[in-house]
Write a protein that binds this ligand. Structure first.
Ligand SMILES: NC(=O)c1ccc[n+]([C@@H]2O[C@H](COP(=O)([O-])OP(=O)(O)OC[C@H]3O[C@@H](n4cnc5c(N)ncnc54)[C@H](OP(=O)(O)O)[C@@H]3O)[C@@H](O)[C@H]2O)c1
Length: 287
C-alpha cells in the first residue's frame, strides 16, 4: 500500500491513477475527503499531512510514502518518523529544480531544501524528484485566454523546459514501487525549452485559434496579481524566477525519458489534453 500526500494536486492525482492502473493499492490523503473526486479503487483517507498524527492509522501497512512539500512542509520529519515506525520501506519526495539550479528568490528553494533534508535524514531509502515548472501552471492564463485571447504578463522571453505532470507522476510511481531508485535525486524537466510566448502559441494551436502574449512591466503584473487576491508570496514566487529565466533559460534533462524508456510528453501534448481548461477563446464561435 502506498500513501500519497497532496493526492488532490496536479501530480498526486496522476500518481493515484497510475498506481491503480498498475494494480497497486493507493491511499490518497486529503483534508476534505467529502469532496475528493478520485477513481474507484483509490482509498481516500481524511487527514492533514502537516499534522502527521492525523494519519497514524492510515500509515499501518504502508510500504511507501509520497511527500508533497506544500502538503507536508515542516512536518516532513515527523511524518516520516511515524511512517518508519509503522514499517514503511521507501519515501519519494517532490521538490524543485531551483534547489540545484538557483533561480528566483532563494527563500523558496530553501523551503524545498528543508523538505529534502528531512527526507534524506529520515533513515528511509529515499528518492527526490527535483521538478521544473509544471505545465498546469499555465492554467492561470485561462481567464485571460477565454475573455480576450491575449495573455498579458511579464518576461515573455523567459524560457523553461516545462514538464507534464503525468511524467512526474510516472517517475514517482517507478520510485515508489522499485527500490532501485533509492538514493537518487532526479532532475525532471520536459523535453523542450519554451518561452512563455511559445507556450501561449501552443495553447492557441491546441484550441485552433491564434493567441498572443503582451508584455507588461513586472510591477504592473505584481499589482494585478495582488489585486486579484492571490496570496502575497505568489508575485515573488513567479516573477522572481521568470526574471532569471529571461536571461538564462531554465535547466533541461533527459531523465524522464531515461527512467520511463519512452520520450517525455511535450507541452503541446499537455495543451491538447487540456483545451477544456481554456474554454472557447474570444473571437471563436461555433457555427
Ligand atoms: N507548480 C510547479 O511548477 C512546481 C514545481 C516544482 C515543485 N512543485 C511542488 O510540487 C508539489 C505538488 O504540486 P501540485 O500542483 O501537484 O499540488 P498542490 O497544488 O501543491 O496541492 C496538493 C494538495 O496539497 C494539499 N495542501 C496544500 N496546502 C496544504 C497545507 N497548507 N496543509 C496541508 N495540505 C495542503 C491540498 O490537498 P487537500 O486540500 O486535498 O488536503 C492540495 O490539493 C507542491 O508541493 C509544489 O510546491 C510545484
Amino acid at each position: 500500500m502506498i500513501l500519497i500526500t497532496g493526492a488532490m494536486g496536479n501530480v498526486g492525482r496522476e500518481v493515484v491513477n497510475l498506481l491503480l492502473a498498475e494494480g497497486e493499492k493507493a491511499v490518497a490523503v486529503t483534508r476534505d475527503p467529502a469532496t475528493a473526486a478520485l477513481p474507484d479503487g483509490a482509498a481516500v483517507v481524511g487527514g492533514d499531512p502537516s499534522h502527521p498524527t492525523t494519519l497514524t492509522s492510515a500509515l499501518r501497512r504502508v510500504e511507501a510514502v509520497l511527500v508533497s512539500p506544500r502538503a507536508v512542509g515542516a512536518a516532513t520529519a515527523e511524518l516520516l518518523a511515524l511512517a518508519a515506525e509503522h514499517g514503511a520501506q521507501r519515501v519519494v519526495a517532490l521538490s524543485a529544480v531551483t534547489v540545484e539550479h538557483p533561480a528566483g528568490y532563494r527563500r523558496f528553494a530553501e523551503e524545498f531544501k528543508a523538505v529534502e533534508d528531512a527526507v534524506t535524514a529520515s533513515g528511509l531509502p529515499w528518492t527526490i524528484l527535483r521538478c521544473t515548472d509544471f505545465a498546469s501552471n499555465t492554467r492561470a492564463w485561462a481567464p485571460q485566454i477565454r475573455s480576450t485571447g491575449i495573455v498579458r504578463g511579464a518576461y515573455g522571453d523567459a524560457a523553461t523546459s516545462t514538464i507534464h505532470e503525468r511524467d512526474i507522476a510516472a517517475v514517482a510511481v517507478r520510485a515508489l514501487v522499485d527500490a532501485d531508485h533509492a538514493g537518487h535525486s532526479y532532475l525532471l524537466t520536459g523535453p523542450q525549452s519554451l518561452t512563455q510566448r511559445d507556450k501561449v502559441r501552443l495553447i492557441g494551436q491546441a484550441l485552433g485559434t491564434p493567441l498572443s502574449f503582451e508584455e507588461l512591466p513586472p510591477d504592473q503584473v505584481r499589482r494585478a496579481m495582488l489585486a486579484q487576491g492571490l496570496p502575497e508570496d505568489i508575485p515573488d514566487r513567479l516573477l522572481g524566477s521568470l526574471a532569471d529565466y529571461a536571461t538564462q533559460p531554465g535547466p533541461s534533462s533527459d531523465t524522464v525519458a531515461q527512467i520511463l524508456d519512452r520520450p517525455a510528453l511535450t507541452f503541446a501534448d499537455w495543451a491538447t489534453e487540456h483545451t477544456a481548461d481554456f474554454g472557447e477563446p474570444a473571437g471563436k464561435h461555433s457555427s
